[in-house]
Design a protein around this ligand. Structure first.
Ligand code: B4P
Length: 192
């Protein structure tokens, strides 16, 4: 099995690159952001709780997203591997993921971290907000709040996997194709 985490701040290109990676390598795409937006679109109680937090740039509680990931893993017992996008976002989520994978006799192979400056992230997300209809992309103060949450709560996840010798940092600025090539090279390295 090949399990990859695509890591990086909001707007770093995780969603963009994930689509290309899953197509090339035949992995199952698990994006907690997409799963939560689906709950919101379906107007479930979980979706209503999530929307309130997401609109403020805050994280959804760990147990909620871990539960979503657990049931997705359960649905794909024959998967060749998974691409985790936007998850884990806290050290507690990373520890829970490591346990969920260990129960299935597998583990994370690599964490590919996209590095992008704060100014570039804000620019990209405001631009996306003009057309995406995402309420968390239209207000600059919410975007900056998401970046602060990333620095405080999510960045320590990189250290968690660095200690396991699994972290690779990749420049997330430049053309989508060049970044995809760099990510693909790392994934191919895992297949050898
Ligand atoms: P996500 O859906 O994960 O949102 P994101 O981080 O904003 O998106 P992403 O990083 O994938 O966007 P992309 O770069 O592709 O999360 C949204 C919210 O959900 C969170 O704030 C949180 O509230 C909640 N949530 C999600 N997961 C959670 C978890 N595990 N725990 C708790 N809460 C959770 O795209 C950005 C823009 O950049 C696009 O317009 C794209 O076209 C552009 N772009 C991409 N690559 C580019 C490049 N190379 N050059 C120029 N522009 C580029």
């Amino acid at each position: 099995m090949l399990n990859i985490i695509l890591f990086g701040p909001p707007g770093s290109g995780k969603g963009t690159q994930s689509e290309k990676i899953v197509e090339k390598f035949g992995l199952i795409h698990l994006s907690t952001g997409n799963l939560l937006r689906q709950e919101i679109a379906d107007k479930t109680p979980l979706g209503l709780e999530a929307k309130n937090l997401m609109d403020k740039g805050q994280l959804v509680p760990d147990e909620v997203v871990v539960g979503m990931i657990d049931s997705c893993l359960e649905k794909h017992p024959e998967a060749k591997g998974f691409l985790f996008d936007g998850f884990p976002r806290t050290v507690a989520q990373a520890e829970a993921l490591d346990k969920l994978l260990a129960l299935r006799k597998t583990a994370i192979n690599k964490v590919l971290a996209l590095e992008v400056t704060e100014e570039e992230l804000v620019k990209r997300l405001l631009l996306r907000g003009e057309t995406s209809g995402r309420s968390d992309d239209t207000d600059e103060s919410v975007i900056r709040k998401r970046y602060t949450v990333y620095k405080n709560e999510t960045e320590p996840v990189a250290d968690h996997y660095k200690q396991q010798g699994k972290l690779e940092v990749i420049k997330g600025e430049g053309s989508v194709d060049d970044i995809f090539q760099a990510l693909s090279n790392h994934i191919e390295g895992e297949l050898k």
